[in-house]
Write a protein that binds this ligand. Structure first.
Ligand code: 1GP
Length: 250
């Protein structure tokens, strides 16, 4: 069943071709205000706010951040969990994501067995997503015990993407890792997109409108950036430039 947040994302994708989501990490933003960043990002045209991070440990920090963001923005707040600790009752939705190329079943299914009852109890909208770590992988790759797919082998990413779709997942995420030196190359994005029927999310290492436009032109439906606005300055301008750069006329 398609919920409100999913409908919002799909409608925005239909309208703009490619949309932007801002990732805020309460763990990394100490001293920086996730809610203010989110509000400014919304003014810049971001379609939703994702909250989470690979090393987030304190549930109360997550709950507080989500509540503060909800007070300041109208855009949906979607959890980006690192495990059961990443589930907050105050969000609108959760990426119910499986790290498909992890070597540890915890990140593929075990964490979900623990989280699913909580997601149901809180009435959170679940967005089933196949999460695939590519390239450098960074902290997400290390913590998630992934076997990152080399940029030289887009065909492997196609296999994982198709497996996700065939299993019923409604989004696929190619993740280079937060702060990655090189974002996912356009060839890998276009190769995966060519085979995929569900929206393709691309993130990690996208720092400027040119890199974002390259991913959009290659077929990404959603671009995620985090590091770009970790500092609380010129958020609206930085996000605004990316949002404009990735728009595609349908
Ligand atoms: C990480 O893809 C996201 O999960 C965002 O990466 O912080 O490099 O923008 P950046």
């Amino acid at each position: 069943m398609t919920g409100k947040v999913e409908k919002h994302l799909l409608k925005k994708i239909r309208e703009d071709g490619c949309i932007h989501i801002t990732l805020v990490d309460p763990d990394k933003s100490l001293g920086c205000d996730c809610a203010t960043i989110s509000r400014e990002a919304e003014k810049g045209g971001t379609a939703a706010i994702m909250v989470g991070g690979s090393t987030l440990a304190a549930k109360e920090d997550l709950d507080a951040a989500v509540q503060e963001i909800k007070e300041k923005v109208k855009a949906p707040v979607i959890l980006f969990p690192n495990g059961p600790m990443g589930v907050s009752r105050y969000a609108d939705a959760i990426w119910f994501m499986s790290l498909l190329n992890s070597q540890n079943t915890y990140y593929i299914i075990d964490a979900h067995v623990i989280s699913a009852p909580l997601v149901k109890r809180y009435g959170l909208e679940a967005l089933p997503m196949g999460y695939i770590i590519v390239g450098e992988g960074c902290v997400a790759g290390y913590i998630g015990q992934a076997r990152p797919i080399s940029y030289r082998h887009p065909e492997l990413a196609v296999g994982y993407g198709l497996a996700a779709e065939t299993l019923g997942m409604r989004f696929v995420y190619l993740e280079a890792g937060s702060g990655a030196r090189d974002p996912v190359p356009p060839l890998m994005v276009s190769t995966v997109k060519k085979h995929l029927g569900v929206p393709l999310i691309v993130g990690g290492g996208i720092r400027n409108p040119e890199a974002a436009a390259a991913a959009s032109n290659a077929g990404a439906d959603i671009i995620v950036t985090g590091t770009l606005v970790e500092e609380d300055s010129r958020v609206k301008e930085k996000i605004g430039a990316i949002v404009e750069a990735i728009k595609r006329k349908p």
